[in-house]
Design a protein around this ligand. Structure first.
Ligand code: IMP
Ligand code: MG
Length: 175
């Protein structure tokens, strides 16, 4: 059972710098007078959402959804289940899904399908991390913070058995 301090893969400063740049990309893609509705996927995306909206200079609203795709540990069960639905509807809104990491892509493919069915004006996805080598389904992610190799990462919202979410950086557990 790994319980040591994870090795730093992306420092807290790296993460903040990239998030500020991502907010700029998002900002340029939408007309300045349009509000954005950010839907964060719990629990992993909570810090990413918090830091992203603090560097966005326009009206934003937020909501949360929770899905479960992983059992305890590091292997995907391959199945996605909704655990908490949104509080409000998406019709006519500019919706951005905010997710911690895209791995196989199964979670995001599921989320995009059910959210698209709620008739948003636009639907895009922002993911802090992407592991393209693990993809099982071709899912579109418009905003990616960092592309990483196939390592199990923790910190900055991401967990191993519910721990390490509070680390201010992205780390790799010692094997
Ligand atoms: P996917 O459905 O395989 O794309 O998995 C997405 C979800 O798996 C993410 O929202 C994370 O909760 C979890 N996940 C995937 N890779 C990692 C990782 O390296 N560390 C922590 N959680 C991960
Ligand atoms: Mg997640």
């Amino acid at each position: 059972m790994p319980d040591l301090t994870p090795n730093v893969m992306l420092s807290a400063a790296d993460v903040q710098t990239r998030i500020t740049a991502l907010a700029g990309e998002i900002s340029r893609d939408y007309p300045p007078n349009e509000d954005l509705h950010l839907v964060a996927i719990l629990k992993g995306a909570f810090l990413f959402l918090g830091d992203l909206i603090r560097v966005m200079d326009r009206n934003v609203t937020i909501d949360f959804m929770a899905v479960s795709s992983y059992a305890k540990g590091t292997t995907s069960s391959g199945e996605v289940r909704m655990v908490k639905d949104l509080d409000s509807g998406l019709e006519g809104r500019n919706v951005i899904i905010v997710e911690d990491i895209v791995d196989t892509g199964l979670t995001l493919a599921y989320l995009q399908e059910i959210l698209r069915a709620r008739s948003p004006k636009t639907l895009r996805t922002a993911c802090l991390l992407s592991k393209p080598s693990r993809r099982k389904i071709d899912v579109k992610v418009e905003y990616i913070g960092f592309t990483i190799e196939d390592r199990f990462v923790v910190g900055y919202g991401l967990d191993y058995a519910e721990k390490y979410r509070n680390l201010p950086y992205i780390g790799v557990l010692n094997e």
